[in-house]
Write a protein that binds this ligand. Structure first.
Ligand code: ATP
Ligand code: MG
Length: 501
């Protein structure tokens, strides 16, 4: 997790390369990526980790952690369960303690021995002092921090679900805004406690089975904001880089600003921008660069300094998030801080505010003040979501949305499930229409080239004033899409009256 940075690389003039960053980049002291540490190109994405080529392999380190967890659980009378995840410094296991189902974090040997061990312990002291019993619902709860056989360990809430990185392409568009808000709440909560997380990224976010509830985990490198050099926590004032390279703002990675409230808030905003990027683009920040960095480890630092990530709009996700991500991912700290505020993450839509200020017509507002249903927008979001879900399973489809009227859209999806010959397609037509404030969904399907087999799905009607309308509609339509497709491949209902020509 620690990198002493001071890269000298020639940086060709590029218009996208910010000048101040470029200057600092050129003026940085000679490289001191010391031989023990290097940027790894794996999924950790530029996490600064041990160079295992000169030490024990990752699996050995993991095995040590498991043995340690085993001995600890035996001594305490706890029951050790499955491995929940592994990061650059630790492994996390499911453990049943007196308190019930929890998560146990045990550190790899490198992080509990010698000088590194002392730093780990000091960081954990901060967490122990300030975060045990905290009240933030979107930040992992910490139950206990202690030592066993001279090694520190942490007992936490077991956050059920998946690591966000693993399900980025499955998150439905309507859930994106809520996930960003929840993680921003956790970051702001830490700031209000005088702490900063420093490592907000998709690997450190868990999402529940509905892909809507998010929790920020891994408070392992949290730091006190007002500590000028992070004595003990930042390697005794030598200010090595502590975070994940691909999600680090340039001023943080290249030490262009002194530690303090501005630096940490600007890093929070940058990393939240990275989160929006990941949710909109369906992959972690600088993914391609990290892949290439397997053969040239400096590429990540170069990208942090020079590459302005492209944040793609996503159907069904409010546009303001794209713009917010772009403001967050600005290379320079000053304009970033000047153009982003915490409220921006809590549903503040500057685009709409500005439109209203300028008298530009916004969405239709019903007399009750509730925004009326935009069926066309919903249709496109659902179309996109089904495509994403299939893509995540390695399948592709052809799809389109036709707006028949502002209250009615048809979504057409053509695809070939693995069970069908490649020249045969299923065409599913989903019709969404708003009738008296209710959303009505129907589906029909047929095999192509045209066969006698076709299927009419039942009508599914859902209320339009439900808070989670888009999400529940998306889930229902996906179910209906699968059902309508399955019926054509020998589903019994298709033969027994469910089918109609
Ligand atoms: N409380 C928890 N409940 C469930 N899973 C968890 C929990 N904490 C961590 N995990 C899983 O374990 C993985 C590793 O844990 P963690 O991020 O704390 O380790 P780390 O070594 O500090 O990571 P990093 O490489 O980010 O520094 C996480 O990415 C997550 O998938
Ligand atoms: Mg982690």
């Amino acid at each position: 997790m620690v990198l002493s940075l001071g890269l000298i690389l020639t940086c060709p003039s590029r218009s996208r390369c910010n000048r101040a960053t470029l200057r600092a980049y050129r003026a940085a002291p000679p490289i001191c990526l010391n031989s023990e540490w290097r940027i790894r190109g794996g999924r950790g994405g530029g996490k600064i980790e041990l160079d295992h080529s000169s030490g024990p392999g990752m699996s050995d380190v993991g095995a040590d952690a498991k043995e340690q967890a085993n001995r600890l659980c035996e001594a305490k009378g706890w029951s050790l369960g499955a491995l929940l995840g592994k990061g650059g410094s630790a492994a996390v296991f499911e453990v049943t303690t007196e308190a019930g189902d929890t998560a146990l974090k045990v550190f790899f040997p490198r992080f509990i021995e010698g000088r590194e061990g002392a730093i780990t312990r000091k960081r954990l002291e901060i967490v122990k002092d300030r975060l045990i019993g905290h009240a933030c619902p979107t930040l992992v709860r910490i139950h206990a921090i202690d030592e066993f056989e001279g090694a520190p360990f942490m007992v936490m809430e077991h956050v059920a679900g998946s690591m966000l990185t693993d399900v980025l392409r499955l998150v439905p568009a309507p859930a994106v805004e809520g996930i960003v808000r929840q993680i921003a709440e956790a970051a702001k909560y830490l700031e209000d406690l005088g702490l900063t997380h420093r490592d907000i990224k998709s690997d450190n976010i868990m999402v529940d089975a509905t892909l809507t509830k998010a929790t920020l985990v891994d408070v392992g490198v949290a730091r006190i904001i007002d500590d000028p050099v992070g004595s003990g926590t930042d390697d005794d004032g030598k200010l090595p880089f502590v975070a994940t390279a691909r999600y680090s703002s340039p001023e943080y990675m290249f030490r262009l600003a002194p530690p303090g409230p501005e630096l940490w808030r600007a890093l929070n905003f940058y990393q939240l921008g990275g989160l929006i990027h990941d949710l909109l683009c369906g992959e972690p920040l600088f993914e391609e660069v990290v892949r290439q960095a397997a053969s040239n480890r400096y590429l990540i630092a170069y990208a942090v300094a020079t590459d302005i990530p492209h944040v793609k709009p996503r159907n069904g996700v409010p546009d303001y998030l794209v713009n917010l991500a772009q403001r967050c991912l600005q290379k320079d700290l000053a304009p970033r801080l000047a153009s982003v505020s915490w409220e921006d993450f809590f549903g503040r839509d500057r685009q709409r505010e500005n439109e209203a200020l300028l008298g530009i017509r916004g969405d239709r507002i019903s007399s009750s003040g509730v925004r009326t249903l935009d069926v066309a927008e919903l249709g496109r979001s659902i179309e996109n979501s089904i495509d994403n879900r299939l893509m995540a399973k390695g399948l592709s489809c052809r799809h389109s949305t036709t707006v028949i009227h502002h209250t009615r859209v048809d979504i057409r999806i053509r695809w070939t499930p693995p069970k069908l010959p490649p020249d045969v397609e299923i065409e599913v037509l989903i019709d969404l229409s708003e009738i008296d404030g209710q959303l009505r969904i129907t589906a029909s399907s047929q095999l192509r080239p045209l066969s006698a087999k076709s299927f009419e799905a039942p009508v599914v009607a859902i209320a339009s004033d439900a808070a989670d309308l888009e999400l529940s509609a998306t889930n229902q339509v996906y179910d209906l899409f699968l059902e309508a497709s399955a019926k054509l491949i020998g589903g019994s209902d298709a033969k027994n009256g469910g089918a109609a020509n």
